[in-house]
Design a protein around this ligand. Structure first.
Ligand code: SF4
Length: 408
């Protein structure tokens, strides 16, 4: 018989729309502490557009943790029953779903509820399969809630799952700058161990231009405080965010602020103006001049030349062109710069080829196939590159604009 929380509860734990790629790689349990973004005004971001910010009660979150625990217990029990000695594999998951039509059949529940239950189950399965070691608290700014509440949630998580080794969340610099150091230390002691901050830029003109709602001084204060409280800190820098106007200042001042913070990770997340955002409209209106692929790479080189810290530089986002621009600073700095310069020194048509190959491979990873109307443009771009036609850059750019619009 199913535990009461699965029989009478929602049958799923609530999850938000995104998490950092590193949390996906580590197959973290995703647990929603707050809904959406309390700021929601950054001009380049559409993740939570038109979705209201909301707090969740501690009781609701504890019920979600109870649901995860019940699902984990049932999956393990199914595994032992089938002779797999606790291992969670496809057969176990299929047997569990088939044995519980009241949870997973559309004959008993709304399709949208069944969908949520299946997504929740998939998250729990992946988490268990990777040792149930890491948890990511969603959404955009989980530490905004009262410290005492967050501590209660963290304690409850660890009591129920002693296997947890790392708990992380996104955080806004504005919030971290305002939060007392003692509160941050309490969160750290309670088990929140890594914070991912959307730094984007250390240049005030850029931050104000995209309505980030944070200044370079607040980034610095927040980053230093987070480090002092003992967190691992991951800062996201957004190449291209200053457009052509601010590109150099954006690169240099961002590096300077990050040098002072000295985070554990700096993650590159190249700007892709997205349809439906104010920044995209500004691009169309000619008010924001986006950088070309090569100009972004040049900006990253300038940024890196000015970096003097001990962070691991990661390029783990699909929107980056050169995923190999990655390594431990300061030791790998010259090797990373060599990689960048090797790319920039290639002849134009070779660079265009790299751009087409990489962007199309990311697109195919998401979309699965080329839409027929795009196929013709792709063919024309390849032909122009192969024949070194003068209009090759324009044709390649047309394809890039279409495929990058599909990026997450
Ligand atoms: S703070 Fe983060 S989630 Fe919120 S609007 Fe800005 S980029 Fe998006």
């Amino acid at each position: 018989m199913l535990p009461a929380i699965l029989q009478h509860g929602k049958g799923y734990h609530e999850m938000g729309p995104i998490r950092p790629p590193s949390e996906g790689r580590d197959r973290s349990l995703l647990l929603r502490i707050t809904r959406n973004c309390p700021w929601n005004r950054c001009e380049f971001c559409r993740t939570y557009k038109n979705k209201p910010y909301g707090l969740r009660s501690v009781a609701e979150i504890k019920a979600d943790i109870d649901t995860v625990k019940a699902l984990a217990g049932e999956l393990k029990a199914t595994s032992w029953r089938l002779g797999y000695r606790g291992t969670i594999n496809r057969e176990v998951v299929a047997a569990f779903i088939n044995a519980n039509p009241s949870l997973y059949s559309e004959a008993y529940s709304e399709p949208s509820v069944v969908q949520r239950r299946l997504e929740s189950l998939a998250n729990v399965v992946h988490w268990l399969s990777s040792g149930a070691r890491t948890v990511f608290l969603q959404d955009a700014n989980a530490p905004q809630i009262r410290t005492a509440e967050m501590v209660e949630i963290l304690n409850y998580l660890k009591e129920n799952f002693p296997s947890i080794e790392r708990i992380t969340s996104y955080a806004r610099s504005k919030t971290m700058a305002r939060k007392k150091l003692e509160d941050l230390m309490r969160l750290r002691e309670a088990g929140l161990s890594r914070l991912h901050i959307g730094f984007e830029s250390g240049c005030d003109e850029v931050l104000a231009g995209v309505k980030k709602g944070t200044t370079a001084a607040e980034h610095l204060l927040a980053g230093k405080k987070v480090r002092e409280a003992g967190f691992e800190l991951s800062e996201y820098y957004m190449p291209g965010l200053g457009g052509r106007k601010w590109s150099q200042k954006h690169a240099v001042e961002s590096a300077q602020v990050l040098n002072e913070i000295d985070p554990d990770f700096i993650r590159l997340r190249t700007l892709v103006p997205r349809r439906g955002t104010p920044l995209y409209d500004r691009v169309l209106a000619g008010e924001f001049e986006p950088l070309t692929e090569d100009e972004v790479v040049e900006e990253i080189a300038l940024f890196l030349e000015h970096l003097d810290c001990h962070a691991y530089l990661a390029s783990d986002q699909m929107c980056n062109l050169l995923w190999e621009v990655e390594g431990q600073l300061p030791d790998d700095k010259s090797a990373i710069l060599n990689t960048i310069h090797e790319y920039l020194q290639k002849p134009l048509y070779e660079r265009l080829k790299i751009q087409l190959e990489r962007r199309l491979s990311s697109y195919l990873f998401i979309a699965g196939h080329l839409k027929p109307d795009l196929s013709a443009d792709v063919e024309a771009a390849w032909e122009a590159v192969d024949s070194r036609a003068p209009d090759a850059p324009v044709k390649v750019q047309k394809v890039l604009d279409i495929v990058k619009a599909a990026f997450i």
